[in-house]
Design a protein around this ligand. Structure first.
Ligand SMILES: Nc1ncnc2c1ncn2[C@@H]1O[C@H](COP(=O)(O)OP(=O)(O)OP(=O)(O)O)[C@@H](O)[C@H]1O
Length: 264
């Protein structure tokens, strides 16, 4: 077992029941402290892969290991200690405030007894730090159900950050965020990688931005992982415009020389 590998996918395969369509086999791994951008056209299988890694859905074949342990062998609270997941959308019927939703991220790692008692949550200073970093402090006592789409998304991100899990799975985390909040969020993720050595797998559609933040890109198409490598290599690969069926232009960011793909 190699401890530097936070996530290992070993011939992972999946089919929807009653359908011949599915995913894989996919083999890949992510080293500690890496931000992997997961790209690919609509329907490529990105969200499905994230759900399989988070064990929300169960693979049919192969193995998924987090820090050397098979995800399917972990209890729900053991999984929550290792994986934080922000799905594309979440509708809640619960009448919770912003502060409570953020604290729930942390409580998901605790036993049900502690969760019922709201015990073992975040230290107050840590909670304040996360609320401030996600610019939610002024909203902290608002009912979650009254927030705008972008505000609600920031709360879900804050809740995942509060979980302080070594692997963070993000499904289109900045969808619904305005550019200012999107950049702040991506910078916050990079800061957490630097300070807390977390590892991130992030499905992302914006090809002009993903190469500015990711260390590695994985490209999915038709349920397969077809390409992986540095943003420089992947974003200049001739297969990318083909799989998106778009006339994309490859260029370097004028300030930092990081690779970007833009539309003509
Ligand atoms: N229950 C299901 N039965 C059959 N096919 C399904 C089922 N759920 C999802 N799919 C299909 O699986 C494929 C992969 O979906 P997935 O949501 O993983 O793609 P994605 O890459 O995340 O797409 P997007 O960029 O649009 O979010 C899609 O074609 C989708 O229609």
């Amino acid at each position: 077992m190699n401890h530097a590998q936070v996530l290992e996918l070993d011939q992972v395969g999946f089919h929807w029941s009653g359908s011949h369509r599915g995913l894989g086999p996919i083999s890949a791994s992510i080293r500690e402290g890496t931000l992997v951008g997961l790209i690919g056209p609509n329907g490529a299988g990105k969200s499905t892969l994230l759900r399989l890694i988070g064990a929300f859905w169960t693979k049919d074949a192969g193995a998924i290991r987090i820090l050397g342990q098979d995800v399917t062998a972990l209890s729900a609270s053991e999984r929550a200690q290792r994986i934080a997941f922000v799905p594309q959308s979440l509708e809640t019927q619960f009448d919770l405030t912003v502060r409570e939703v953020v604290e729930l991220g942390r409580l998901s790692q605790r036993s049900w007894r502690d969760r019922w008692a709201f015990k073992g949550g975040l230290a107050a200073n840590k909670l304040e730090e996360i609320l401030a970093a996600t610019e939610l402090y002024d909203l902290k006592d608002r009912p979650f159900n009254t927030l705008s789409g972008g505000e609600a998304r920031r709360v879900l991100l804050a809740s995942a950050l509060a979980q302080e899990a070594p692997l963070l799975l993000l499904d289109e985390p900045t969808a619904h965020l305005d550019p200012g909040h999107a950049v702040k969020f991506l910078n916050l993720v990079r800061e957490m990688i630097q300070k807390q050595h977390i590892t991130v797998l992030m499905a992302y559609h914006d090809l002009a931005t993903v190469g500015l933040y990711a260390d590695v890109l994985w490209v999915m198409n038709h349920g397969q992982l077809i390409l992986e490598g540095s943003p420089d290599a992947v974003l200049t690969d001739p297969r990318i415009p083909e799989i998106y069926d778009a006339n994309l232009i490859s260029m370097l960011h004028p300030r930092n020389d990081r690779p970007m793909l833009i539309f003509p």
